[in-house]
Design a protein around this ligand. Structure first.
Ligand code: C5P
Length: 226
């Protein structure tokens, strides 16, 4: 079967990455988590003092973008690729609530977007890729053969993220997680550069009431109908 590009966009904590990984594994495609790339740049900014709770020094980050080297490395034990920031595996660190609290501000910076979009286009140039994010079907791969747009109610999404974080042993409150989900929704949909919007030709899946298996089947049917 001819390899295609699958773009999965949508709001935070809609289960995009779980679905994308499962689809990629089934089809033997590569999976690229573009959110991890924005998160790793955010971690870099935090580690270098360009961002803290009082200030975000955008200029310093922009001036240092050439120092940021991101790489995905497949981990056979996990069955997916993990992200490395300047040679260090940061897969765990980038999922913290601190990084989540700043990432949407970093993702508003056009210079950051331009750099990451270029890398994403390079990674997907041979097709056979499932990429998830916010602008994959609109900006990164506007010609993707299949575009999926995932939504779910904010409280369902916050509960999922809360369960995920507590499972990993992080001490967070549900209210803080919900606040973060709503704040990111707002910034992601209102930013000037590449805001989160459903591509005209994307198929929307509201998964508030769907099991993982049902979502997976739905997307697999879409792939098989291409
Ligand atoms: O997907 P995830 O929740 O890990 O993404 C973290 C943040 O990165 C999003 O809230 C958004 O601000 C930003 N992002 C983006 N464009 C993408 C992927 C993520 O702006 N393609």
């Amino acid at each position: 079967m001819k390899k295609i590009t699958i773009a999965i966009d949508g709001f935070s904590s809609t289960g995009k990455s779980t679905l994308a990984k499962q689809i990629a594994k089934t089809l033997g495609y590569a999976y690229v988590d573009t959110g991890a790339m924005y998160r790793a740049v955010t971690l870099y900014a935090m580690q270098n003092g360009f961002i803290d709770e009082f200030e975000f020094n955008k200029t310093a980050l922009i001036n240092n973008l050439s120092e940021i080297h991101l790489q995905f490395q497949f981990n056979p034990a996990l069955g997916f690729a993990e992200i490395y920031l300047n040679g260090v595996n940061v897969e765990k660190q980038i999922r913290s609530l601190e990084v989540s609290n700043f990432v949407s501000q970093v993702a508003e910076v056009s210079e950051v977007r331009a750099m990451l979009v270029r890398q994403q286009q390079q990674m997907g140039k041979d097709k056979g890729v499932v990429m998830d994010g916010r602008d994959i079907g609109t900006v990164v791969f506007p010609d993707a053969e299949l575009k999926v747009f995932m939504t779910a109610s904010p409280d369902v999404r916050a509960q999922r993220r809360f369960d995920e974080l507590t499972e990993k042993g992080q001490l967070v409150s549900y209210d803080r997680v919900l606040e973060n989900v709503l704040q990111r929704d707002y910034i992601d949909t209102h930013r000037e550069d590449s805001p989160l919007v459903k591509a005209q030709d994307a198929i929307e899946i509201d998964n508030s009431q769907l099991t993982r298996e049902q979502q997976f089947q739905k997307v697999l049917d879409l792939v098989n109908n291409i």
